[in-house]
Design a protein around this ligand. Structure first.
Ligand code: DAH
Length: 338
Protein backbone atom coordinates (compact mmCIF):
# COMPACT_ATOMS: atom_id res chain seq x y z
CA UNK A 1 0.00 0.00 0.00
CA UNK A 2 2.81 2.35 0.90
CA UNK A 3 4.28 1.91 -2.61
CA UNK A 4 0.91 2.75 -4.13
CA UNK A 5 0.84 5.92 -2.08
CA UNK A 6 4.41 6.82 -3.13
CA UNK A 7 3.41 6.33 -6.76
CA UNK A 8 0.29 8.47 -6.26
CA UNK A 9 2.56 11.16 -4.89
CA UNK A 10 5.12 10.96 -7.73
CA UNK A 11 2.43 10.82 -10.44
CA UNK A 12 0.51 13.64 -8.79
CA UNK A 13 3.58 15.89 -8.62
CA UNK A 14 4.35 15.19 -12.30
CA UNK A 15 0.77 15.95 -13.36
CA UNK A 16 0.71 19.20 -11.39
CA UNK A 17 4.07 20.26 -12.81
CA UNK A 18 2.86 19.64 -16.35
CA UNK A 19 -0.28 21.77 -15.91
CA UNK A 20 0.21 24.88 -18.04
CA UNK A 21 -3.07 26.73 -17.46
CA UNK A 22 -5.69 27.19 -14.79
CA UNK A 23 -7.88 24.82 -16.79
CA UNK A 24 -5.13 22.15 -16.76
CA UNK A 25 -4.89 22.51 -12.98
CA UNK A 26 -8.64 21.93 -12.65
CA UNK A 27 -8.41 18.80 -14.80
CA UNK A 28 -5.52 17.50 -12.67
CA UNK A 29 -7.55 18.13 -9.53
CA UNK A 30 -10.40 16.02 -10.91
CA UNK A 31 -7.98 13.33 -12.09
CA UNK A 32 -6.51 12.97 -8.58
CA UNK A 33 -9.23 13.89 -6.12
CA UNK A 34 -12.45 13.65 -8.20
CA UNK A 35 -15.09 10.95 -7.52
CA UNK A 36 -13.29 8.59 -9.88
CA UNK A 37 -9.86 10.10 -9.24
CA UNK A 38 -6.70 8.05 -8.65
CA UNK A 39 -6.36 9.16 -5.04
CA UNK A 40 -10.05 8.54 -4.28
CA UNK A 41 -9.84 5.08 -5.79
CA UNK A 42 -6.69 4.21 -3.82
CA UNK A 43 -8.29 5.43 -0.59
CA UNK A 44 -11.02 2.86 -1.04
CA UNK A 45 -8.31 0.19 -0.51
CA UNK A 46 -7.78 1.48 3.03
CA UNK A 47 -10.62 -0.66 4.36
CA UNK A 48 -8.66 -3.85 3.41
CA UNK A 49 -5.48 -2.78 5.24
CA UNK A 50 -4.85 -4.81 8.42
CA UNK A 51 -6.04 -2.92 11.47
CA UNK A 52 -2.60 -2.40 13.03
CA UNK A 53 -1.20 -0.84 9.82
CA UNK A 54 -4.16 1.47 9.39
CA UNK A 55 -2.80 4.41 11.39
CA UNK A 56 0.47 4.43 9.43
CA UNK A 57 -1.18 3.98 6.01
CA UNK A 58 -3.87 6.50 6.89
CA UNK A 59 -1.21 9.04 7.87
CA UNK A 60 0.71 8.39 4.62
CA UNK A 61 -2.47 9.02 2.61
CA UNK A 62 -3.15 12.17 4.53
CA UNK A 63 0.39 13.51 4.12
CA UNK A 64 0.27 12.99 0.36
CA UNK A 65 -3.20 14.54 0.16
CA UNK A 66 -2.10 17.64 2.08
CA UNK A 67 1.03 17.92 0.00
CA UNK A 68 -0.67 17.55 -3.39
CA UNK A 69 -3.50 19.90 -2.40
CA UNK A 70 -0.89 22.45 -1.35
CA UNK A 71 0.88 22.19 -4.71
CA UNK A 72 -2.43 22.52 -6.57
CA UNK A 73 -3.45 25.57 -4.53
CA UNK A 74 -0.11 27.21 -5.22
CA UNK A 75 -0.39 26.57 -8.95
CA UNK A 76 -3.96 27.92 -8.94
CA UNK A 77 -2.78 31.05 -7.20
CA UNK A 78 0.04 31.62 -9.70
CA UNK A 79 -2.17 31.10 -12.75
CA UNK A 80 -5.05 33.17 -11.36
CA UNK A 81 -2.63 36.01 -10.67
CA UNK A 82 -1.13 35.75 -14.17
CA UNK A 83 -4.62 35.81 -15.73
CA UNK A 84 -5.56 38.83 -13.63
CA UNK A 85 -2.44 40.69 -14.71
CA UNK A 86 -3.09 39.83 -18.37
CA UNK A 87 -6.66 41.11 -18.09
CA UNK A 88 -5.57 44.34 -16.41
CA UNK A 89 -3.04 44.84 -19.17
CA UNK A 90 -5.55 44.22 -21.95
CA UNK A 91 -8.22 46.43 -20.38
CA UNK A 92 -5.88 49.25 -19.53
CA UNK A 93 -7.19 52.69 -20.39
CA UNK A 94 -4.80 55.60 -20.51
CA UNK A 95 -6.93 58.34 -19.03
CA UNK A 96 -4.23 60.88 -19.83
CA UNK A 97 -4.57 60.37 -23.62
CA UNK A 98 -6.28 63.29 -25.39
CA UNK A 99 -9.92 62.46 -26.30
CA UNK A 100 -11.29 62.14 -29.82
CA UNK A 101 -12.89 65.55 -29.95
CA UNK A 102 -14.97 67.25 -32.57
CA UNK A 103 -15.44 70.86 -31.59
CA UNK A 104 -18.60 72.68 -32.56
CA UNK A 105 -18.41 76.00 -34.37
CA UNK A 106 -20.58 79.00 -35.03
CA UNK A 107 -22.94 78.82 -38.00
CA UNK A 108 -21.84 81.01 -40.94
CA UNK A 109 -24.98 83.14 -40.49
CA UNK A 110 -24.10 83.70 -36.84
CA UNK A 111 -20.55 84.68 -37.84
CA UNK A 112 -21.85 87.22 -40.35
CA UNK A 113 -24.49 88.52 -37.93
CA UNK A 114 -21.87 89.01 -35.21
CA UNK A 115 -19.61 90.89 -37.61
CA UNK A 116 -22.49 93.15 -38.69
CA UNK A 117 -23.54 93.86 -35.11
CA UNK A 118 -19.93 94.52 -34.05
CA UNK A 119 -19.64 97.16 -36.76
CA UNK A 120 -22.80 98.98 -35.68
CA UNK A 121 -21.95 98.70 -31.99
CA UNK A 122 -18.67 100.41 -32.94
CA UNK A 123 -20.73 103.24 -34.46
CA UNK A 124 -22.63 103.71 -31.20
CA UNK A 125 -25.74 101.63 -31.98
CA UNK A 126 -27.57 99.64 -29.30
CA UNK A 127 -28.69 96.07 -30.14
CA UNK A 128 -32.39 95.39 -29.53
CA UNK A 129 -34.60 92.40 -30.18
CA UNK A 130 -38.36 92.04 -30.54
CA UNK A 131 -41.16 89.47 -30.83
CA UNK A 132 -41.47 87.16 -33.84
CA UNK A 133 -45.24 86.97 -33.44
CA UNK A 134 -46.24 90.54 -34.14
CA UNK A 135 -49.45 92.51 -34.36
CA UNK A 136 -50.69 93.92 -37.64
CA UNK A 137 -50.53 97.29 -35.87
CA UNK A 138 -46.74 97.28 -35.35
CA UNK A 139 -45.84 95.20 -38.41
CA UNK A 140 -47.81 97.40 -40.82
CA UNK A 141 -50.09 100.14 -39.54
CA UNK A 142 -47.63 102.20 -37.49
CA UNK A 143 -45.18 101.92 -40.40
CA UNK A 144 -47.60 103.73 -42.67
CA UNK A 145 -48.91 100.57 -44.33
CA UNK A 146 -52.67 100.70 -43.60
CA UNK A 147 -54.92 97.70 -44.24
CA UNK A 148 -55.50 97.13 -47.97
CA UNK A 149 -52.48 99.30 -48.86
CA UNK A 150 -50.88 97.90 -52.04
CA UNK A 151 -47.47 97.92 -50.30
CA UNK A 152 -48.61 94.89 -48.31
CA UNK A 153 -48.14 92.91 -51.53
CA UNK A 154 -44.38 93.43 -51.18
CA UNK A 155 -44.39 91.07 -48.20
CA UNK A 156 -46.27 87.79 -48.56
CA UNK A 157 -47.42 87.38 -44.97
CA UNK A 158 -48.16 84.41 -42.71
CA UNK A 159 -51.13 85.34 -40.48
CA UNK A 160 -51.95 83.57 -37.21
CA UNK A 161 -55.23 85.43 -36.56
CA UNK A 162 -56.77 88.46 -38.27
CA UNK A 163 -54.59 90.78 -36.21
CA UNK A 164 -51.47 88.72 -35.49
CA UNK A 165 -48.89 87.39 -37.90
CA UNK A 166 -45.31 86.11 -38.04
CA UNK A 167 -43.46 89.38 -38.53
CA UNK A 168 -42.52 89.92 -42.16
CA UNK A 169 -39.61 92.23 -41.30
CA UNK A 170 -37.74 93.57 -38.28
CA UNK A 171 -39.06 97.10 -38.99
CA UNK A 172 -41.85 96.84 -36.37
CA UNK A 173 -39.09 97.32 -33.78
CA UNK A 174 -38.72 100.86 -35.16
CA UNK A 175 -42.30 101.54 -34.05
CA UNK A 176 -41.94 99.66 -30.77
CA UNK A 177 -38.85 101.73 -29.92
CA UNK A 178 -40.16 105.13 -31.03
CA UNK A 179 -43.41 104.66 -29.08
CA UNK A 180 -41.51 103.88 -25.86
CA UNK A 181 -38.20 105.75 -26.07
CA UNK A 182 -37.33 109.40 -26.54
CA UNK A 183 -34.70 110.46 -29.13
CA UNK A 184 -31.80 110.26 -29.55
CA UNK A 185 -32.41 106.70 -30.76
CA UNK A 186 -29.71 104.63 -32.37
CA UNK A 187 -30.59 100.91 -32.62
CA UNK A 188 -29.93 97.81 -34.69
CA UNK A 189 -32.40 94.94 -34.49
CA UNK A 190 -31.34 91.46 -35.59
CA UNK A 191 -33.96 88.72 -35.78
CA UNK A 192 -35.92 86.09 -37.66
CA UNK A 193 -38.66 87.10 -40.06
CA UNK A 194 -41.18 85.05 -42.02
CA UNK A 195 -42.67 85.20 -45.50
CA UNK A 196 -44.62 82.88 -47.72
CA UNK A 197 -41.70 82.51 -50.12
CA UNK A 198 -39.48 79.56 -51.02
CA UNK A 199 -36.83 79.19 -53.74
CA UNK A 200 -33.04 79.26 -54.24
CA UNK A 201 -32.76 82.84 -52.95
CA UNK A 202 -35.83 83.04 -50.66
CA UNK A 203 -36.62 81.06 -47.53
CA UNK A 204 -39.89 81.15 -45.53
CA UNK A 205 -37.76 82.01 -42.50
CA UNK A 206 -34.76 84.28 -42.80
CA UNK A 207 -32.98 86.85 -40.70
CA UNK A 208 -32.86 90.60 -41.00
CA UNK A 209 -31.09 93.47 -39.35
CA UNK A 210 -33.05 96.68 -38.98
CA UNK A 211 -31.36 99.98 -38.24
CA UNK A 212 -32.92 103.17 -36.89
CA UNK A 213 -31.43 106.52 -35.95
CA UNK A 214 -33.61 109.39 -34.73
CA UNK A 215 -32.07 112.64 -33.60
CA UNK A 216 -31.93 116.34 -34.48
CA UNK A 217 -30.66 117.16 -38.01
CA UNK A 218 -30.34 113.60 -39.31
CA UNK A 219 -29.94 113.52 -43.11
CA UNK A 220 -29.26 111.08 -45.97
CA UNK A 221 -25.56 111.94 -45.58
CA UNK A 222 -25.55 110.38 -42.10
CA UNK A 223 -27.16 107.27 -43.58
CA UNK A 224 -24.62 107.08 -46.37
CA UNK A 225 -21.70 107.54 -43.98
CA UNK A 226 -22.87 104.75 -41.68
CA UNK A 227 -23.57 102.36 -44.57
CA UNK A 228 -20.17 103.05 -46.12
CA UNK A 229 -18.39 102.10 -42.90
CA UNK A 230 -20.58 98.99 -42.73
CA UNK A 231 -19.93 97.93 -46.35
CA UNK A 232 -16.16 98.54 -46.20
CA UNK A 233 -15.86 96.54 -42.99
CA UNK A 234 -18.01 93.66 -44.26
CA UNK A 235 -16.56 93.35 -47.77
CA UNK A 236 -13.34 95.31 -48.22
CA UNK A 237 -11.90 98.83 -48.00
CA UNK A 238 -12.36 99.48 -51.73
CA UNK A 239 -16.11 98.89 -51.56
CA UNK A 240 -18.24 101.78 -52.83
CA UNK A 241 -21.86 102.47 -51.89
CA UNK A 242 -24.51 103.98 -54.16
CA UNK A 243 -28.11 105.02 -53.57
CA UNK A 244 -30.92 104.52 -56.09
CA UNK A 245 -34.36 106.03 -55.59
CA UNK A 246 -36.97 103.58 -54.40
CA UNK A 247 -40.20 103.34 -52.45
CA UNK A 248 -41.03 102.16 -48.94
CA UNK A 249 -44.10 103.46 -47.10
CA UNK A 250 -42.12 104.08 -43.90
CA UNK A 251 -39.34 106.18 -45.47
CA UNK A 252 -39.42 109.34 -47.58
CA UNK A 253 -37.30 109.62 -49.59
CA UNK A 254 -36.52 105.89 -49.90
CA UNK A 255 -33.43 104.35 -51.46
CA UNK A 256 -32.20 101.00 -52.63
CA UNK A 257 -28.55 100.62 -51.64
CA UNK A 258 -25.98 98.90 -53.85
CA UNK A 259 -22.36 98.05 -53.09
CA UNK A 260 -19.65 97.72 -55.73
CA UNK A 261 -19.07 94.04 -56.46
CA UNK A 262 -16.34 92.72 -54.16
CA UNK A 263 -15.55 89.91 -56.61
CA UNK A 264 -14.79 91.97 -59.77
CA UNK A 265 -14.52 95.46 -58.21
CA UNK A 266 -17.00 96.97 -60.64
CA UNK A 267 -15.77 95.36 -63.88
CA UNK A 268 -18.79 93.07 -64.10
CA UNK A 269 -18.94 89.34 -63.30
CA UNK A 270 -21.33 86.45 -62.73
CA UNK A 271 -22.06 87.46 -59.11
CA UNK A 272 -23.08 91.05 -59.99
CA UNK A 273 -24.69 89.86 -63.23
CA UNK A 274 -22.31 91.99 -65.26
CA UNK A 275 -23.39 95.29 -63.67
CA UNK A 276 -20.50 95.79 -61.21
CA UNK A 277 -23.07 96.53 -58.45
CA UNK A 278 -24.98 94.35 -55.99
CA UNK A 279 -28.15 95.45 -54.23
CA UNK A 280 -27.86 94.80 -50.49
CA UNK A 281 -30.54 96.74 -48.66
CA UNK A 282 -33.43 99.18 -48.46
CA UNK A 283 -33.24 102.43 -46.54
CA UNK A 284 -34.35 106.02 -46.34
CA UNK A 285 -35.27 108.99 -44.23
CA UNK A 286 -37.94 108.02 -41.69
CA UNK A 287 -41.29 109.18 -43.05
CA UNK A 288 -42.50 112.11 -40.89
CA UNK A 289 -45.90 110.38 -40.84
CA UNK A 290 -44.25 107.43 -39.02
CA UNK A 291 -42.49 109.72 -36.52
CA UNK A 292 -45.78 111.46 -35.76
CA UNK A 293 -47.75 108.17 -35.49
CA UNK A 294 -45.17 107.04 -32.93
CA UNK A 295 -45.43 110.26 -30.94
CA UNK A 296 -42.23 111.99 -32.09
CA UNK A 297 -42.36 115.62 -33.22
CA UNK A 298 -41.27 115.57 -36.88
CA UNK A 299 -40.51 119.32 -36.84
CA UNK A 300 -37.91 118.78 -34.15
CA UNK A 301 -36.53 115.39 -35.08
CA UNK A 302 -35.62 113.44 -38.19
CA UNK A 303 -34.21 109.97 -38.68
CA UNK A 304 -32.89 107.37 -41.07
CA UNK A 305 -33.69 103.68 -41.24
CA UNK A 306 -32.39 100.68 -43.13
CA UNK A 307 -33.10 96.98 -43.31
CA UNK A 308 -31.41 94.00 -44.92
CA UNK A 309 -31.32 90.20 -44.95
CA UNK A 310 -28.41 88.46 -43.24
CA UNK A 311 -28.62 85.43 -45.56
CA UNK A 312 -28.35 87.65 -48.62
CA UNK A 313 -25.30 89.44 -47.19
CA UNK A 314 -23.66 86.10 -46.31
CA UNK A 315 -24.41 84.70 -49.78
CA UNK A 316 -22.75 87.73 -51.41
CA UNK A 317 -19.80 87.74 -48.99
CA UNK A 318 -19.03 84.03 -49.45
CA UNK A 319 -20.38 83.49 -52.99
CA UNK A 320 -23.02 80.98 -51.80
CA UNK A 321 -25.46 80.25 -54.64
CA UNK A 322 -28.42 78.72 -52.76
CA UNK A 323 -30.00 79.98 -49.51
CA UNK A 324 -31.12 76.45 -48.60
CA UNK A 325 -27.50 75.47 -47.92
CA UNK A 326 -27.72 77.47 -44.68
CA UNK A 327 -30.54 75.34 -43.32
CA UNK A 328 -29.60 71.82 -44.43
CA UNK A 329 -26.92 71.38 -41.74
CA UNK A 330 -24.57 69.53 -44.08
CA UNK A 331 -21.30 69.44 -42.15
CA UNK A 332 -19.25 69.57 -45.37
CA UNK A 333 -20.78 72.99 -46.01
CA UNK A 334 -20.69 74.27 -42.42
CA UNK A 335 -17.08 73.21 -41.73
CA UNK A 336 -15.75 75.57 -44.39
CA UNK A 337 -16.68 78.56 -42.24
CA UNK A 338 -15.19 77.40 -38.91
N1 DAH B 1 -38.52 96.32 -44.05
C1 DAH B 1 -38.04 96.26 -45.41
C2 DAH B 1 -38.20 94.85 -45.96
O1 DAH B 1 -38.23 93.94 -45.18
C3 DAH B 1 -36.61 96.68 -45.49
C4 DAH B 1 -36.41 98.10 -45.17
C5 DAH B 1 -36.45 99.05 -46.19
C6 DAH B 1 -36.26 98.53 -43.87
C7 DAH B 1 -36.26 100.38 -45.92
C8 DAH B 1 -36.08 99.86 -43.58
C9 DAH B 1 -36.09 100.78 -44.62
O2 DAH B 1 -35.93 100.31 -42.36
O3 DAH B 1 -35.93 102.09 -44.35
O4 DAH B 1 -38.25 94.69 -47.13
Amino acid sequence: MIETIEKLKADGIALINDAATLNDVNNVKVKIFGKNGDFTAAMRGLKDVPKEQKPEVGKAFNDVKVMLEGLIAEKERVFAEAEKQARIKSEYIDVTLPGKKELGALHPLTLVKNEILDTFIGLGFEVKEGPEIESDYYNFQLLNIPKDHPARDMQDSLYITDNFLLRTHTSPMQARTMTTQKPPIRIVVPGKVYRNDDDATHSPMFQQVEGLVVDKHITLCDLKGALEVFAKRLFDEKTKVRFRPSYFPFTEPSVEVDVSCSICHGKGCRVCKGTGWIEILGAGIVNPAVLEACGINSKEYSGYAFGFGIERIAMIKYGIPDIRLFFENDKRFLEQYK
